[in-house]
Design a protein around this ligand. Structure first.
Ligand code: NAD
Length: 370
């Protein structure tokens, strides 16, 4: 039995984490969920958005599945997400952007991983008003060699373990001549220790354009906190949208799994949000705890459900979101369909591949039963 902390979160969080639990149960892996509240619900219950009990639970279990948590804009409490990453020293935020069955994307071959430093940079929380009139303000961009080295090492190790093509560092060292240059130097020196893995660098503005034009040229991208936050949403958009983009946060001994998307308050309580991002967090979690077969079942059941398009949420179904419109399903109906498929997945069949790769290989153009 594996004990895992579960934070349902705010907005659509409770709906998508319920969906993820349903799918996790269908894999047969024996999981005990320790449910704790953070965010708006925690404020109502205990007056603080991040009670000590949440951190204690994650430190004890070393594993957590998290829904998105709302952060008030401009004022109010500090981001619970940022605080969690800093307090648990979750330094590597790993966000795979994988197109699924060619749906919702102009780039069906998209398969990128953004590795984002998650404890410092412009999200360090060091900021203040310069004058009483609030006419000027400063936010400090803290970049350290230690944090840069460990996240860059993480990216190279991940590239080696997953046999990826190359690692690209993204910075702005031409303008930010101290913080940018420090990250750049750390990348070059670490790259020299991984001669088997090709590496290159891009300035962040150029990288945004390059990704929009030709994402297939990139593979693993490692960068600082703010750039990683922005580029991982961009990559999620390339792959098919926030609704299908999972993420994982790794520290030395703790791992927390959370989707790239936020709490989407306008869809809260409507059973409308896409549960796939949270469900694929379960896939990443299962791989992390050494359950690759169960993880593969989740991945293939998701793929097949999206390919079939019988039970998909609005973002994969409706005109304006897809060029192959179908009636939209609810969040819970899509999750039930994915869970239903899990035991039926035939792992002896080849892994489904993106439509372009399949066309190039002259393979079967249908994905039914893949
Ligand atoms: P968001 O990701 O919540 O929403 C952006 C857009 O994507 C919206 O149109 C939303 O409806 C849509 N969307 C998001 N998730 C979806 C899903 N699963 N299915 C279908 N559509 C989906 O971003 P936002 O509106 O900028 O932020 C809302 C709140 O979430 C803010 O308080 C923000 O701070 C918070 N947030 C939290 C996290 C986190 O907990 N890790 C991450 C990002 C944003």
């Amino acid at each position: 039995m594996v004990k895992i902390t579960l934070i349902p979160g705010d907005g659509i969080g409770p709906e998508v984490t319920d969906a993820a639990r349903l799918v996790a149960a269908a894999t047969g892996v024996d999981i005990e969920w320790e449910v704790v509240q953070a965010g708006e619900r925690a404020i109502q219950a205990s007056g603080t958005p991040l009670p000590d009990g949440v951190l204690d639970s994650i430190r004890r279990n070393k594993l957590a599945l998290k829904g998105p948590i709302t952060t008030p804009i401009g004022s109010g409490f500090r981001s619970v997400n940022v605080a969690l990453r800093q307090q648990l020293d979750l330094y590597a935020s790993v966000r795979p952007a994988r197109a699924i069955a060619g749906e919702g994307t102009r780039f069906p071959e998209t398969d990128l991983i953004v590795v984002r430093e998650a404890t410092e940079g412009l999200y360090s929380g060091v900021e203040h008003w310069v004058d009483r009139e609030h006419s000027a303000a400063e936010t400090v961009n803290v970049i350290t060699r230690k944090a840069s080295d460990r996240v860059i090492r993480f990216a190279f190790e991940l590239a080696r373990a997953q046999k990826r093509r190359k690692v690209t560092a993204v910075h702005k060292a031409n303008i930010m001549k101290t913080t940018g240059a420090l990250f750049q130097t750390a990348f070059r020196e670490m790259g020299a220790k991984y001669p088997d893995i090709p590496s290159d660098e891009r300035l962040v503005d150029n990288m945004a354009m390059q990704l929009a034009k030709k994402p297939a040229e990139y593979d693993v991208i490692v960068t600082t906190n703010l750039f990683g936050d922005i580029l991982s949403d961009l990559c999620a958009g390339l792959a098919g949208g926030l609704g299908i983009a999972p993420g994982a946060l790794y520290g030395e001994s703790i791992a927390v799994f959370e989707p790239v998307h936020g709490s989407a308050p306008k869809y809260a309580g409507q059973d409308k949000a896409n549960p796939v991002a949270e469900i694929l967090c379960v896939e990443l979690l299962l791989r992390h705890i050494g359950k690759p077969e169960a993880a593969e079942r989740v991945w293939r059941a998701v793929w097949e459900t999206i390919a079939e398009k019988k039970f998909v949420t609005y973002d994969l179904a409706l005109p304006g979101y897809t060029d192959r419109p179908v009636p939209a399903s609810s969040c819970s109906a899509m999750a039930k369909e994915i869970a239903r498929k899990i035991p039926l997945v035939d792992l002896s069949r080849p892994r489904p591949v993106p439509p372009t790769a399949r066309a190039a290989a002259g393979g079967d153009p249908t994905l039914e039963g893949a």
